[in-house]
Design a protein around this ligand. Structure first.
Ligand SMILES: [Ca+2]
Length: 165
């Protein structure tokens, strides 16, 4: 019993330590509204699968044909400097895409440009860090898929810029 309590307490300490240390890693896009700008959502898929926090190969937004664009609304302008994207992965498949940001939904800035990427996707996704930008909206445009004519986005995470001390 004592060992059980000790183990439980250890887990709690680790849990709080991780929570505290990763407090800057708040995922701003989770459950944010997703709208489709161009392309058709594949049967059985839902736009919200792209931001539901579930990073599972069977939980993605299928959209096509490329080029196709989806938009995420963070609700208010926020300063961000990191995006973690998880396109679908298998074998040597890769996607090409770019991500635009906008604080007003009118003027757009290309913040991530992966239109020449040929590195295969993996379950780890791809992290992009960049100079902080103020944005409320993000648009992800897929321009190519090496496996077929559609885009498949398992998850996209957006992180707030936190000033270093
Ligand atoms: Ca998902």
């Amino acid at each position: 019993m004592k060992n059980h309590i000790t183990v439980s307490c250890s887990f709690m300490v680790v849990f709080f330590a991780l929570t505290f240390c990763h407090g800057t890693e708040e995922n701003l896009s989770i459950d944010a509204p997703v709208s489709i700008i161009s392309g058709d959502v594949q049967n059985g898929d839902l736009p919200e699968y792209a931001v539901d926090g579930n990073i599972n190969k069977n939980n993605y937004l299928g959209l096509g044909p490329y080029p196709c664009t989806l938009q995420i609304d963070l609700g208010e302008p926020v300063r961000i400097n990191k995006i973690h994207i998880f396109p679908y992965w298998d074998d040597n498949r890769y996607y090409q895409y770019f991500i635009e940001t906008s604080d007003d939904g009118k003027k757009w800035k290309t913040t991530v440009d992966a239109r020449k990427k040929i590195k295969p996707e993996t379950e780890k996704g791809t992290v992009y860090e960049f100079d902080p930008v103020n944005t409320r909206f993000l648009r992800v445009t897929f321009t190519y898929n090496s496996a077929n004519s559609s885009a498949h986005l398992v998850e996209l995470k957006v992180f707030r810029h936190v000033k270093s001390k």
